[in-house]
Design a protein around this ligand. Structure first.
Ligand code: ADP
Ligand code: ADP
Ligand code: MG
Length: 499
């Protein structure tokens, strides 16, 4: 087993990975940019190494500097988390060349699934159903011909895409020109690659994905599905498992397709096979495979009882994954809400600023994965995800009730959040019925912030006083630390050090 792991990520994901390392008795090394000098992930690690300026390209995306940091700290493995360098085949190779272990799949698997056009071709070969479409198109007339054959509406998509970028729905031929131009521009900007593919746009679709997991001895299973249809701008906001739409037969069929997809690229470690599901026809199509741990992994953990990050580390160290497909079961229902610092009434634009007050919900069946505390700053440099709130219940109804109660308890002052918006979605009859499709959020009447309630006005007027009080208690604590006479006293150390 590894002795020390460097985590090349920040915020809640770095903290999540560190927890698994600590449980396994492994030392942790954090990396941080100037903007994260005082952040929680930096303080919770056993060591922390500064890697550059706030902009991700000057720090968290700088592969050379990250590998140097791992060598300097004598780590034996690197966990990439998700985002940043997690789906970068050259990074995985560079890590291996430096005699370090990359905690994830092989560089070959990452490469094979990294391109939406090539992966679709590989999946067709492996007998996995894919969305009808065409790849490798060059001229506009090729696109026009292909779109006509497929039948409108179609979706123009960046081959190198991710995070919902470079995608345009095209309803009729005369919209195609503009869609291709703007998708190309966006793709070139975001990925440095402007290749596009076109596929059938499936209306009222659901996004249903399967967690897959494999070891390096050829054993691969799926850990059931996640329904991720509540989205804005093609990005997930609420995820749950099991999906309210799947019958046991469909689940078995889709699970088998997911395992076949993974097997076709000799996959090991954690991965997700995403499908688009057409409820009208009860048919499903491969969308893409994400060759990493996913934001929404906690709902799978709560219903299967497995710790996915611990298992990622264990199989990367060469251990066998001990459970057969038949031994794996799911119990109860879990929902995750992504609590974002963003303004649903203003196109879900990120909201930045200092967290004047921040209190996470607690309670039986509630899990919070986060990287923020009160007084932290939400900056424009990174994703504005504040926390992931996860509720577990014996049934879908109880999980929803617990989530609603936990959202009521979650206190965030200083930035605008999507908490009220999440409450509205959960309370909507379409959500209770499991009928929310990927376009549902955008098809709702424009969402606007409610007028401030009586309670919130009282809270606002009390906030100033509360901040003054808390500031003075922090000052007291600081003077206690300074005045502690014994220099070796553990109480003199205000950070996350553990013996
Ligand atoms: P998921 O299906 O897991 O939500 P996304 O593609 O939306 O996958 O990416 C997950 C998260 O990873 C994003 O919310 C973002 O924080 C981060 N991320 C994605 N792409 C990048 C990137 N190119 N650079 C940095 N972070 C990224
Ligand atoms: P990304 O890499 O950005 O996650 P995906 O191909 O996984 O891209 O698609 C993201 C989202 O876009 C899906 O969850 C779904 O909402 C929508 N989408 C993608 N392809 C289709 C399609 N053919 N028909 C309808 N919606 C689609
Ligand atoms: Mg996707």
């Amino acid at each position: 087993m590894f002795k020390k792991i460097l985590i090349t990520n920040r915020g809640e994901i770095a903290i999540r990975v560190m927890r698994a390392c600590k449980e396994l008795g492994i030392q942790t090394v954090a990396v941080y940019s100037d903007a994260d000098k005082n952040s929680q992930h930096t303080q919770l690690a056993d060591e922390a190494i500064h890697i550059g300026a706030p902009a991700a390209k000057n720090s968290y995306l700088n592969a050379d500097v990250v590998i140097q940091a791992a060598l300097a700290s004598q780590a034996d493995a690197i966990h990439p988390g998700y985002g940043f360098l997690s789906e970068n085949a050259s990074f995985a190779l560079a890590v291996a060349s430096a005699n370090l272990t990359f905690i994830g799949p092989s560089a070959d698997s990452i490469r094979a699934m990294g391109d939406k056009a090539e992966s679709k071709i590989a999946m067709k070969r492996a007998g996995v159903p894919t969305v009808p479409g065409a790849e490798g198109l060059e001229s506009e007339s090729d696109f026009k011909k292909a779109a006509k054959e497929i039948g409108y509406p179609v979706l123009v998509k960046a081959a190198a895409g991710g995070g919902g970028k470079g995608m345009r729905v095209v309803n009729q031929a005369d919209e195609l020109h503009e869609a291709i131009e703007s998708a190309r521009r966006e793709a070139l900007n975001a990925f440095g690659d402007d290749r596009l593919l076109v596929e059938k746009y499936i209306p009222n679709a659901h996004h249903i994905e399967f967690q897959v997991f494999g070891d390096q001895h050829g054993h691969i299973v799926h850990l059931f599905e996640r329904e991720c249809s509540t989205q804005r701008r093609y990005q997930k906001i609420i995820e749950e498992t099991p999906s309210p739409l799947l019958t046991p037969e469909l689940r078995a069929k889709m699970g088998e397709a997911a395992v076949n997809a993974a097997r076709a690229v000799n996959y090991y470690n954690a991965g997700t096979v995403e499908f688009i599901f057409d409820p009208a026809l009860s048919s499903f199509f491969f969308l893409e495979m994400n060759t990493r741990l996913q934001v929404e992994h906690p709902v799978t953990e709560l219903t299967t009882g497995l710790d996915l990050v611990q298992w990622q580390i264990r199989v990367a160290a060469g251990e066998r994954f001990p459970y057969s497909q038949e031994q794996l079961t799911q119990r109860g229902h879990a929902i995750e809400c992504r609590v974002y610092a963003e303004d649903p009434a203003n196109g879900f634009l990120p909201s930045t600023g200092k967290l004047l007050q921040y209190i996470e919900s607690r309670g039986p069946g509630i899990r919070v994965d986060s990287g923020f505390r009160a007084d932290d700053e939400v900056t424009h440099f990174y994703d504005p995800l504040l926390a992931k709130l996860i509720a577990f219940g014996e049934s879908r109804e109880t999980a929803i009730q617990k989530m609603q109660s936990a959202l009521r308890d979650f206190v965030v002052h200083g930035v605008t959040t999507n908490i009220d918006f999440l409450q509205d979605v959960l309370a909507h009859p379409d959500f209770s019925a499991g009928e929310v499709s990927t376009k549902w959020v955008e098809s709702q009447p424009r969402w606007s912030q409610p007028n401030p309630s009586f309670e919130s006005l009282i809270a606002a007027s009390l906030a100033d006083q509360a901040i003054v009080n808390r500031q003075s208690s922090i000052e007291n604590r600081k003077s206690e630390i300074v005045n502690e006479p014994d220099p070796y006293s553990p109480w003199k150390n205000p950070n996350g050090f553990r013996n």
